[in-house]
Design a protein around this ligand. Structure first.
Ligand code: FAD
Length: 400
């Protein structure tokens, strides 16, 4: 296999680097570097999205006629690599990366015309209403009910762990439309404006002191039937298709490459006795194991990108990629904690990081280590828990 980049690819890389140098302001880069949560803050992500939309580079994976870049697999990979190297903010994936493949495949022409341009322009900001108290891994047991009444559904129930619901103006939701059949059959996929009467949002503050997730309540919420995606009672198929993109539609390795680079800088400056931590055999060997795992993930991701370019979907391999990327990221965050040891204590969470007014003790690179480590624990739960991904791989990939 030839894994060298061609001369054309290197020209493209230079074009990307020039763009990032010109358009990614030091302020945006700094905001991205200080992000310790799963998603960048809304204003940071949206500011970067606006710049990318201006250039026509916001949604590389979309079909060309809807604003996609029609880049090759390699170009998409280079784009991801250079954005990670430049420390560009991540765009919020809920609409742009997760919901859009669903709209392209299952949406009506009216839904495409209504939702895609507004998602791109930032006029619409989405959140995901899948999980409920008691229905997470066992998602098909969900109880939020939608009952037909004239041209509408009337929705009652609650969704939990809803990321960025406090910012969102729309939620895509799984609701139960038939309680009398096998759980997977009676589910429907609805698009709901968050300002519809009867919706309330309660914050959930995490152990990392972040306000990322919420509980959303639906009390006699009227949703036009025209807001249904796909046929009634067939929402499970739509839901599963979306999850493939949630778990691994893009690439985690460029970000992990940067995290490895950061850790090497830390470990070459921090001491282990008289010598640098990087020279400690045990530390270096743990780091090498993660680098090797990251290389194997890279090829898995390139295979996924290739499949997407040919019109396919990530498939169950996305579960494998999700687990591997999370395992590497969590282990890197732990190694960083070990490397900065006491310097990680003052900023034990995001609030202490942003509210700190004393003189900072320790090197800059220690600032975000603890809040990031704590926040990253959630990664083996959201998007489908680690054990559940293993079950999928065992069944679908290994045929066990
Ligand atoms: C930070 C964060 C953000 C989130 N954002 C969203 C969001 O925006 N929208 C949304 O809809 N949901 C969101 N979620 C919810 C997430 O998808 C669920 O937490 C996840 O699916 C697990 O469900 P649960 O919390 O009900 O845990 P449970 O399903 O109760 O699982 C508890 C434990 O049991 C294990 N387990 C369960 N079933 C099995 C099995 N069959 N075999 C082996 N082990 C099993 C699990 O792996 C886990 O360790 C978010 C969660 C977090 C933590």
């Amino acid at each position: 296999m030839n894994i060298e980049f061609s001369a054309e690819d290197e020209t493209f890389r230079t074009e990307v680097q020039t763009f990032l140098k010109e358009k990614l302001s030091p302020e945006l880069r700094r905001d991205a570097e200080r992000t310790t949560t799963v998603f960048a803050d809304k204003d940071v992500a949206m500011a970067w999205q606006e710049i990318l939309v201006g250039k026509g580079w916001a949604v590389p994976a979309w079909p060309g006629e809807h604003g996609g870049t029609e880049w090759t697999v390699t170009q998409k990979y280079i784009w991801g690599q250079e954005c990670a190297k430049a420390h560009a903010p991540g765009l919020i994936p809920l609409g742009l990366r997760m919901l859009t493949p669903v709209i392209f495949r299952y949406g009506t022409d009216e839904q495409k015309a209504e939702y895609l341009p507004k998602m791109l322009s930032g006029e619409h900001y989405w959140c995901q209403g899948y999980s409920e108290p008691g229905s997470g891994s066992d998602l098909s047991s969900l109880k939020t009910a939608a009952v037909k009444d004239g041209d509408d559904y009337v929705v009652n129930g609650t969704k939990i762990w809803t990321t960025h619901a406090q910012f969102a103006d729309h939620i895509f939701c799984l609701v139960r439309t038939d309680p009398n059949v096998k759980p997977q059959i009676g589910i429907t996929f609805l698009l709901i404006p968050m300002d519809t009467p009867g919706i309330t949002v309660e914050p959930i503050i995490t152990i990392a002191d972040d306000h990322e997730v919420n509980q959303v309540f639906f009390d006699d919420v009227r949703v036009p039937q025209a807001n249904r995606v796909g046929p009634e009672n067939e929402g499970w198929t739509v839901a599963k298709y979306l999850l493939e993109f949630e778990r691994g539609g893009g690439g985690a390795t460029p970000g992990i490459d940067e995290s490895i680079r950061d850790l090497k800088v830390i470990a070459s400056r921090e001491k282990d006795g008289a010598s640098a931590l990087m020279d400690d055999e045990g530390f270096a060997s743990r780091l090498s194991e993660l680098e090797i795992l990251n290389e194997s993930l890279r090829f898995q991701e390139l295979r996924t990108l290739e499949a997407l370019t040919k019109g396919g979907s990530p498939g169950a391999g996305s579960s494998l990629a999700k687990n591997t990327s999370v395992e590497i990221s969590q282990a890197l965050n732990m190694l960083k904690m070990e490397a900065v040891h006491y310097y990680g204590v003052p900023h034990a969470n995001k609030i202490s990081l942003n509210g700190f007014t004393e003189d900072w003790v320790g090197p800059d690179y220690a600032e975000t280590v603890t809040p990031r480590m704590i926040n990253s624990r959630a990664a083996s739960i959201f998007g489908g828990a680690k054990e559940v991904q293993k079950n999928i791989v065992a069944k679908v990939v290994l045929g066990l």
